[in-house]
Design a protein around this ligand. Structure first.
Ligand SMILES: *Cc1c(COP(=O)(O)O)cnc(C)c1O
Length: 353
């Protein structure tokens, strides 16, 4: 479809397609890497407490309370923290602020599929760097002139993590460009590069409250890096939307950082369930990539990914399948509750029989 009213840019866009949010009763939804466990009760209480007459006022434009909570949690200065309406919005600002388009940026050939979409929106050229056969990222492939580098760690949709030492050599070898580490899943078992930001002014780390803090519906993400990078992001943000985080989001997000015990408990539950799911899938003939995330990327020798996904859907279980080169045999299955995983496994037993 196109229209004479559209700008040339809009006509050329190739928008991101999110995993579906089907409205079907009793569905086992393991397709978008949401947390199966709810947010902290203290978060819900804080949101309720923030709901009142004060909603007629604009929120604080810099979400100072939230920046302070994030800075305290990660041991950095407030001037090293940027916040946005989900990490997708933070990432969009990152592309506009640091990836000039004068040179191609680099990201893995198998990665978060929003990156090429932002390149289209901001007219930035890119080169997709192939991952190794085993889906690991080789730092040596990210040398030479480039307009910036971005990759998730752990990677999506593979779940494979890059050790911190390798992240640091990649950052150090690319001092003339900004290296962005998208840590949407880092709390499920990878090492955060936040530990490196004081040593590397070209490093920006992006995280989200959507996955490990179970707040995908609240839309809060953040970035940590050198104050000069944060100032660059603030310039874009203040040219786009002064109030990306509403009062309820700020209140809920602050409460999440204040309830560390709940956070630690929930993320280890997810990690335990992931290992149980891995074993159960292995027992059924699946081979899963090593995952440091809240999902498994897994394939069965006797079935194609598309076929398995369709047959699971017929049985009320949705998982994610990517109809793309190299990864079409795989399913990306989000870690669920024990009951959800049991329903997935029963459906698989039925299909494999
Ligand atoms: C989920 C995800 C995001 C987006 O998270 P939001 O904060 O919900 O926008 C960003 N990057 C990767 C790799 C993700 O999987």
């Amino acid at each position: 479809m196109t229209s004479k009213y559209w700008s040339d840019l809009v006509a050329q866009l190739d928008p991101y397609v999110p995993g579906e949010q089907p409205n079907i009763a009793n569905l086992v939804k393991l397709n978008t890497n949401e947390n199966p466990f709810g947010p902290s009760p203290r978060v819900l209480e804080a949101i309720r407490a923030a709901t009142g007459d004060n909603l007629r006022l604009y929120p604080p434009p810099d979400a100072d309370r939230l920046k302070a909570a994030i800075a305290a949690c990660h041991g950095v200065a407030v001037a090293q923290v940027f916040v946005g309406n989900g990490s997708d919005e933070v990432l969009a600002h990152v592309f506009q602020a640091f990836f000039s388009g004068r040179r191609d940026i680099l990201f893995p050939d198998i990665t978060y599929s929003f990156y090429p979409v932002y390149c289209g929106l901001y007219r930035i050229g890119y080169r997709a760097v192939p991952l190794a056969e085993d889906f690991t990222l080789a730092v040596a492939d990210y040398r030479g002139e480039n307009g910036g580098i971005i990759f998730p760690n752990p990677n999506a949709p593979t779940g494979v993590a890059l050790p911190l030492g390798a992240v640091e050599s990649l950052v150090a070898a690319n001092g003339d460009s900004v290296v962005v580490v998208d840590e949407a899943y880092v709390d499920f078992g990878a090492e955060s590069a936040i530990a490196l930001v004081d040593r590397h002014p070209n490093l920006l780390v992006v995280q989200t409250l959507s996955k490990s803090r179970s707040l995908a519906g609240l839309r809060v993400g953040f970035a940590i890096g050198h104050p000069v990078l944060i100032e660059g992001l603030e310039r874009v943000k203040n040219s786009f939307n002064s109030y990306p985080l509403d009062q309820l989001a700020i209140a809920g997000a602050v409460a999440s950082f204040e309830d560390d015990a709940y956070f630690q408990q929930m993320r280890s539950l997810v990690i335990d369930n992931r290992e149980q799911l891995r074993q159960a899938l292995t027992a059924r003939g699946f081979a899963s990539l090593p995952s440091s995330a809240n999902f498994l990327f897994t394939r069965h020798p006797d079935f194609g990914g598309a076929e398995l996904a369709a047959r699971l859907r017929d049985r009320g279980v949705v998982v994610r399948h990517f109809n793309k080169e190299r990864i079409h045999p795989f399913l990306r299955i989000t870690v669920g509750t024990a009951e959800q995983q049991q329903r997935l496994l029963s459906a698989l037993d039925d299909i494999l029989a």
